[in-house]
Design a protein around this ligand. Sequence first.
Ligand code: HEM
Length: 83
Amino acid sequence: MGKLDMSSEANAFMNLVGKTATLAPTGCGGNSVRVVPMMSAKSVLYSKVSGATCGVRMPSGMAALSAANIATIKTWIDTGAGM
Ligand code: HEM
């Protein structure tokens, strides 16, 4: 896996929401925060899994997430990302 600790819901939340991306901020449309609550379009996490131009698509080296799973992530962010 990469270096993002998403091993539990709490760890994932802590490392994603409102946190500045460290590895690939360039090529993400100028966005540099992993998850911006309410704004999937500004969230590096969403860009990385949805295939938007943001470096390597995640999960790296594996099949892309299903459209349903990508939609779940989008909805989660756009409804507040647990905030
Ligand atoms: C669904 C699973 C995954 C998600 C949601 C995910 C998400 C992300 C995100 C949001 C970043 C950007 C982090 C930052 O710039 O701060 C990233 C970078 C990275 N991930 Fe993943 N990742 C996943 C799976 C994987 C896997 C399986 C690998 C390796 C086998 C991997 C390797 C990397 C690497 C090397 C980077 C840095 C290079 C880059 O940003 O393109 N990831 N990932």
